[in-house]
Write a protein of this length. Structure first.
Length: 95
């Protein structure tokens, strides 16, 4: 059981890094720092969007529309941090 919790913790850490990378790259694209006509950059953006969009979609339905400001990555990060720092240690303590 401990191994499963460690794997889940590793996956949640990886998800944190993916969300942060996707948010930073989307800001760089929004401010025209990164050229999206480059095939490599576009493939990274598409891959990160495909990984994070299923997580953001339910949150975006609940949150009000703030125009260009998207708070769904921050909400998902908060949920991941709660899972990693509160739920996983509580589960490992009960075993």
């Amino acid at each position: 059981m401990l191994v499963l919790l460690q794997i889940l913790d590793l996956l949640l850490r990886l998800l944190t890094y993916v969300i942060i990378a996707q948010a930073i790259l989307s800001w760089l694209v929004a401010f025209n720092v990164i050229n999206t006509t480059n095939e490599f950059v576009r493939s990274i953006l598409v891959a990160l969007d495909r990984m994070t969009e299923p997580l953001y979609r339910p949150i975006r339905r609940i949150l009000p529309d703030f125009g260009a400001l998207d708070l769904s990555p921050m909400v998902v990060l908060l949920i991941v941090i709660i899972l990693r720092d509160i739920v996983l240690p509580a589960l490992s303590a009960t075993r």
